[in-house]
Design a protein around this ligand. Structure first.
Ligand SMILES: [Zn+2]
Ligand SMILES: [Zn+2]
Length: 344
């Protein structure tokens, strides 16, 4: 099969013919219909993720059709499926108690095992997968496995956002945009922070109540003004210290910070502990979403409760993935790129 392989960090992915994946006993092989290009891939591409090395195939936000099923697979050949990026084992305490996104035996294609920047991907633990309806386009569905679901879990399970609250979101990539759309669905007021005016305009067009350009003003002061005393919830969507601190500092007393952005490298940061202490803040980490929450979120999207189409800016070919990763070295345009053409 054709695959985009990491050979040297920060250099173009190498488009190679590699052997087709073998089918796991407890899972399936998907013919990939779409795979999102995510900032977590960028961390791997730059050498900032311990599980991405020479020979790795990135790609953790994918959907596709089953072309081979193992003897103990749940699904069968021909099923169209979306995968959560975290595949829980299904038999440990975490998986049995509804938090499969914390499973210690979890497998994440793209990080440690081959991902979906390829024509085919092997998916073990296929009970995590959910049906993709005929009405949802693969490009739209691809982002659901990571960004939309991570944002939904951060808002509903971690921050427990209430209607009328102010939610600040720092960074308007895939996560940030998802947070905006879903927080509006929950009835929150949303202030969006970025350093690119074009992205702030885009966020305004899609429902942001206010925007702040972090390159021009003091973010925390601006958000205190806009919200009349600070946001109740703040979502950090980049994984760097400047936005983590802006997030903590923009919160009102008893506010809730959710760290969604994946810190790269060792993950050490200088964090404003005084803000946490003095304002008695809550600090949540979050990663992914348990697979049992997928069907209901999918239903909401299919019903039209929320329109996630603004998420997808570009459909690209496999050989274009490198330039998308390279573009993340600097400020990027609104929306995300999804690979939907694997022959080129
Ligand atoms: Zn992702
Ligand atoms: Zn498990």
């Amino acid at each position: 099969m054709r695959a985009a392989v990491v050979r040297n960090f920060n250099e173009d992915l190498s488009i190679e013919t590699v052997s087709d994946p073998s089918c796991p006993d407890n899972g399936v092989v998907l013919e990939v219909a779409a795979c999102g290009v995510c900032r977590s891939d960028y961390h791997g591409w730059t050498g900032g993720h311990p599980k991405v090395q020479n020979g790795s195939i990135l790609g953790h936000e994918y959907c596709g059709t089953v072309v081979e099923a193992g003897p103990s697979a749940k699904y069968k050949v021909g099923d169209r499926l979306i995968a959560p990026f975290i595949l829980g084992c299904g038999s440990c305490v975490a998986c049995h108690t509804g938090v499969s996104n914390t499973c210690a035996q979890q497998i994440v294609p793209g990080f440690g095992v081959p991902g979906a920047y390829a024509e085919f991907v092997a998916v073990p633990y296929d009970h995590n997968l959910v049906y993709l309806s005929d009405t949802m386009s693969p490009a739209l569905a691809a982002g659901l496995g990571c960004r939309v679901t991570t944002a939904w879990h951060a808002l509903t399970d971690r921050a427990d956002v209430k209607a009328g609250e102010w939610v600040a979101v720092h960074g308007t990539g895939g996560i940030g945009l998802s947070v905006l759309l879903l927080a509006k669905l929950l009835g929150a007021q949303v202030v969006v922070v970025d350093i690119v005016d074009e992205k702030l305009e885009h966020a305004k067009m899609h429902g942001a109540d206010a925007t702040v350009n972090a390159a021009k003003v003091d973010v925390a002061a601006a958000i205190h003004d806009i919200t009349g005393g600070g946001a109740q919830v703040s979502i950090e969507a980049l994984g760097i210290d400047v936005t983590t601190n802006a997030s903590l500092e923009c919160l009102a007393t008893l506010g809730r910070h959710v760290q969604v952005g994946m810190p790269s490298g060792e993950g050490l940061m200088q964090v404003n502990m005084r803000a946490i202490y003095a304002k008695q803040l809550s600090f949540f980490g979050t990663r992914g979403m348990p697979s049992w929450k997928y069907p209901r979120l999918l239903e909401m999207i299919e019903r039209g409760d929320v329109d996630i189409r603004p998420m997808v800016a570009r459909e690209i070919s496999l050989s274009d993935a490198s330039s998308e990763l390279r573009a993340m070295n600097g400020p990027t345009a609104p929306g995300t790129a999804v690979i939907t053409e694997f022959k080129r």
